[in-house]
Design a protein around this ligand. Structure first.
Ligand code: IPE
Ligand code: IPE
Ligand code: MG
Length: 252
């Protein structure tokens, strides 16, 4: 049976987050420069976005550039920014065709003006698309976002709008840039690394993790289906005992 047919449509994650890793190693293994790997990673982005939209996954967050990635060699950073501008401008048509809305999280203001412009145009153009949210994490780090949330809450306390005792989980969540979407049920990282690298620390408190040694440019729809099947075989307990868990609870 093809992997796709093994997926239970009733138990799809509402939100999948992916740490797209391994572009550099993929290129080096072919005797090419790292940027060749980034260019080939775009195809995997297209595949995965399309597969999620086709299946009915409503939200897909892709970690494309971290705050820490600014420390890479200048030539690589510049090439990545250039690739981002080109990709956004060439892919907007496909987003429209597939009814996908583009969103971003991260410190957009730190990106080159040309990137900001391309992103803002694409976000505006796709704003009423309904099938799926594609959320690109750009110049993003979770600690950066959590600090923003803390500052905003502290300001509200200072202004006398809320009492310090009112601060709760919902409030912290609502001040994060991810507040519009449910937290990811499934987090995938490619390339064999087993770490989070400052991605969605708050939001993945109860996510299921899936690690694969596949390098990002080689990641296909089939790999995504495998990850979803693996996820669907897990029991999500949220602190309860196995006996307390009903099927309904397991995937909501
Ligand atoms: C992921 O691939 C893409 C970005 C972080 C921009 P890497 O560039 O990290 O590739 P490796 O991990 O060095 O192979
Ligand atoms: C994480 O990958 C960031 C992105 C995929 C954008 P890195 O390759 O930068 O992570 P580390 O440095 O190996 O942890
Ligand atoms: Mg890497």
């Amino acid at each position: 049976m093809p992997y796709k047919d093994k997926i239970n449509k009733e138990k799809l994650p509402r939100h999948i987050a992916i740490i797209m890793d391994g572009n550099g190693r993929w290129a080096m293994s072919k005797g090419k420069f790292r940027i060749f790997g980034h260019k080939n990673g775009v195809k995997a982005v297209r595949e995965v976005s399309e597969a999620c939209a086709e299946m009915g996954v409503k939200n897909l967050t892709l970690y494309a550039f971290s705050t820490e990635n600014w420390s890479r060699p200048k030539a690589e950073v510049n090439a990545l920014m250039e690739l981002l501008v080109k990709t956004i401008s060439s892919e907007t048509k496909t987003l429209m065709k597939n009814d996908i809305r583009l969103n971003t999280i991260g410190n957009l203001k730190s990106l080159p003006i040309s990137c900001q412009k391309e992103l803002n145009e694409a976000m505006e153009k796709t704003a009423s698309n309904k099938r799926m949210n594609l959320i690109l994490a750009l110049s993003y780090s979770s600690k950066w976002d959590i600090i923003r949330s803390i500052k905003s809450i502290a300001q509200q306390v200072k202004n006398g709008k809320i009492d310090i005792e009112d601060i709760n989980e919902e409030m912290v969540t609502s001040e994060l840039s991810t507040h519009k979407w449910p937290h990811p049920e499934l987090l995938i990282r490619t390339s064999g690394e087993h770490r989070i690298s400052n991605f969605l620390l708050w939001e993945i408190a109860y996510s299921e993790f899936y690690f694969t040694t596949t390098l990002w440019p080689d990641f296909t729809k089939e790999d995504l289906y495998k990850a979803i099947i693996d996820y669907q075989q897990r029991e999500r307990r949220f602190g309860k005992t196995s006996e307390q868990i009903t099927t309904d609870e397991n995937y909501s």
